[in-house]
Design a protein around this ligand. Structure first.
Ligand code: PRP
Length: 209
């Protein structure tokens, strides 16, 4: 049995389409089910539905052999215990700093709102900029508007969320896409099976380029 951890985010449709090409189809509609473990039609794969931020943890501890999640989540989690063999080239967006449109960053220590505390700290440390990062779990765009932070660090796709809240993107921190991650022990114990799956997924990814 292979266990694959993924989440019900906006990339679910694309993830399922890639998995289908690799012969893995869930036995029920993942976007609708309240179940957390859904077997595949062929019965030899279990799909585990968890929060995107929990995917690296499940895979790292071997609760799942394989995970599919964003590079943002993986970089923030920052584990040496995961193989990351494949860029799935879906869920593409950018991790950026953003500010209220027309406003300039104040001099001195900045207050930054983000759910990416570690990535924000690393980014500003490299620039030699002192920051206090305020951890939020969502609706980051609100923080500068209500005076909680000077700027935010968040994902930008179309830019519509920023625009709708009177904000604009500032600097690119990193390009993001969904990645396949593998538990190191599983890679050894289920080598042939996992190697085959990576190969099939790579073909599916290449076919879409
Ligand atoms: C993400 C991100 C932004 C938005 C950006 O949130 O946090 O708010 O998408 O997309 P856009 O540039 O196309 O407007 P998401 O909707 O995934 O929800 P989340 O806050 O729960 O992560």
């Amino acid at each position: 049995m292979l266990t694959i951890a993924t989440s019900k985010g906006r990339t679910l449709k694309h993830t399922l389409s890639l998995l289908a090409e690799a012969g893995i189809e869930p036995s029920e509609d993942l976007s609708k089910t309240r179940k957390l473990i859904v077997p595949s039609v062929c019965g030899n794969v279990n799909l585990v539905l968890i929060r995107a931020t929990d995917v690296p943890t499940f895979v790292e501890y071997g609760a799942a052999d394989i995970g599919i999640t964003g590079k943002d989540t993986l970089a923030e989690h920052n584990s040496d215990n995961l193989y990351e063999p494949l860029d799935l080239n879906i869920g593409k967006c950018r991790l950026m700093t953003a500010i209220v449109t027309g406003r300039e960053l104040p001099t001195g220590k900045l207050r930054v709102a983000s759910k990416y505390v570690s990535l924000s700290e690393q980014y500003f440390a490299k620039k030699g900029q002192q920051v206090e990062v305020i951890k939020l779990y969502g609706s980051m765009e609100l923080a500068p508007i209500v005076g909680l932070a000077d700027c935010i660090v968040d994902l930008v796709d179309t830019g519509n969320t920023l625009k709708a809240n009177g904000m604009e993107p500032l600097d690119l921190i990193m390009d993001i896409s969904s990645r396949l991650v593998i538990n190191k022990a599983s890679m050894k114990m289920k080598h042939e099976r996992i190697k085959g799956l990576i190969k099939q997924l790579k073909i599916a990814v290449d076919n879409r380029r």
